[in-house]
Every structure is written in structure tokens, then in C-alpha cells.
Design a binder for this molecule. Sequence first.
Ligand SMILES: NC(=O)c1ccc[n+]([C@@H]2O[C@H](COP(=O)([O-])OP(=O)(O)OC[C@H]3O[C@@H](n4cnc5c(N)ncnc54)[C@H](O)[C@@H]3O)[C@@H](O)[C@H]2O)c1
Length: 330
Amino acid sequence: MEGKNEDKLVLVTGGGGYLGSVLIGDLLNQGYKVRLFDNFMYGLDSIANFINHPNLEVIIGDIRKNEDLKKAVSNDVDSVVHLAAIVGDPACAIQADVAVETNFISAIRLARMCRDNDISRFIFASTCSVYGASETEILDEDSNLNPISLYAETKIDAEKDILVLLDKQPAPTILRFGTLYGLSPRMRFDLVINYFTKKALKDKELKIFGGEQWRPFLHVSDAAKAIQLVLESPIEKINREIFNVGSTNENYQMKEIGEIIKTCIPDVIINHIKEIKDKRSYRVSFDKIERTLGFNTSMTVRDGILEIKEAIESGKIANPDDPKYYNYHG
Ligand SMILES: NC(=O)c1ccc[n+]([C@@H]2O[C@H](COP(=O)([O-])OP(=O)(O)OC[C@H]3O[C@@H](n4cnc5c(N)ncnc54)[C@H](O)[C@@H]3O)[C@@H](O)[C@H]2O)c1
């Protein structure tokens, strides 16, 4: 698409990642100019399909290095979407110092640089993991945060300081995404829906620990759609706002996820184990983003399972056990 977006330069940090590589494809299709900044810790394959696009500039750099960031942040950038991070509880736990430096300290340094460079919007990728282990009531953006991992703590610290620091310009928006799933040019099989689908297909057996825990799920393409909506919404609607991103109908208990997997892959055996390995449980309201910005999701967990199943069965993803698909090797 050509037209209204062609004069807008968007800097996407972490643009080579699972969400970033879907977002970059969408932004280029919509006519944006995109500057992608990433250290490509999971390789460059994710951007193979658009690396030569005339509207794409790629900067290979480390968000923790001031001199690298300076190459990315310039005053011709209209908006910044900050996705680069050490992502997930296990990945952060095994490299705590790197996680804090990347997810918190570097996010604040980047926000400060954006403030000094006349940038109009700053979108920060946070997570519904900030709600941690909560009771069964439905949580909204004003609910208490109860993080139970370093990953969630780094995101909360960054959220708070970004909102203090960016009191005039750029307009900051915090997006707390549900747990993502679905196909991406940088596939991740360490995310629960993707992992369960792979495991059910390959091993014909799945263990569900606990099962009562609530989690909201969001297709990676819907997450990218939400970011674009924030880029295009009137600034007064998104300035200094926190939005949970997902659909209230897509909150599930883990045992329900097992049932949906079974309807898509009927020969799997589901074993329910009483022990709870992941104590996170949160059920989230997504009314604010729907009410304020008119955001609706297009995909369901079932759609995601079916598309991943097709990708594995058809050989589009030849070896889902390849280490490049995992942020953490347990
Ligand atoms: N995947 C989810 O379920 C989920 C849910 C909620 C929020 N989020 C947030 O969305 C964002 C993207 O997550 P993702 O799933 O795409 O993860 P990902 O790990 O696939 O992507 C992160 C990207 O950041 C890059 N990166 C890491 N350290 C860097 C550094 N020092 N310098 C430059 N680049 C660096 C990586 O190379 C990678 O491309 C993250 O901020 C994450 O916290 C993700």
C-alpha cells in the first residue's frame, strides 16, 4: 500500500524477533519506512523475506551499547517501537544481569535518547506477566501487579520509569501483551501454544502441570496489528496510556488448552499432573483497548494450533526442535 504512511519512519528495536519480524512485514506492506535495530541473537533468517525492501534499513547493534543506539535514534524517526529484550522467565533467570541491563537499563537509555531527538511516539512492549500469580478476578490496567519472575520485574521497572521520564515528548504507550502464539518468520517453539502443538504432533503425548492456571493468549499477527493501531491512533488517545493487548474471550485455563489441542490433534494423550511448575495465573480484561482504540483480535488459539500443525505436517517447518526456535534451552 502506498500513501499516508510513506513519509513516516518507524524505528523497531528487536525487529528480527518473533513479534518484530511479523510487525516489520506488516509495516512495509502498509507503506511505512522502517529502521530495524537488532543484534540478531537468534540469527538473520527472520528477515530474509524483506531484507532487500527499499523502505527497510537494517542496523545490527546491541541495545546495551550507547554508540550502537546513537546510530538508530535520529531526529528523522517519527515513532519508536521498543521490542528488543531478553524474553521469557527462564531466559531472564539464567542471565539475570544481562536481562536487567537489556530490559530495564537500556530501555530507559533509549527512552531518554528519544526524548532528546524530537520523536513523537514511543511504544514499549510489556507483558501481562506483570500480573503474575493473581486470584481469579479479571485484572485490568489498574489492578495490582504481582510479578513472580525477574522478567516481569524488569518490565514493570521499565514501564514505571518510561512514564516518569517521558512527561512531554515522545508520547509513551505501554502495551501489555498476552502470551503470544502463531507463525512468525522467527518462529518460537518455547511459547506454550506453539510448544504444545509441536509436542502433541511429534510425541503424541502432552503433560499439563496444574491446569487451573489462567492465561490470556494472543496471536502474534494480532499483536502486530495492535502496535500499528497505536501508531495510527490520535495521540491524545494513546499518550501515557497502558493497554492490555488481547481479547477477554481468549483467557483460558491451561486444562482448556489441552482440550483444544485434543480437538485439533485427536490422537494425542493428555496427562494431567497435579504439580504446578509455572505458578503464573492471571485472567485479564481487554476492554480498555477495545473501548478506546476499537481493537479486536482476528485469530483464536484454535486457529493458531491449526496453522502450526499445518506448517509442521507440510514440512514448512522441517525441524521444530532446532535450537534457533528457542529462547531458552532447559
Ligand atoms: N512472545 C510473547 O509471548 C510476548 C508476550 C508479551 C510481551 N512480549 C514482548 O514482546 C517483545 C518481543 O518478544 P518476542 O517474543 O518477539 O521475543 P524474541 O526473543 O523473539 O525477540 C526479541 C528480539 O530482541 C533482540 N535483542 C535481544 N537483546 C538485544 C540486544 N542487547 N540488542 C539488540 N537486540 C536485542 C533479539 O535478537 C530478538 O530479535 C519483547 O519485549 C517481549 O517482552 C512478548
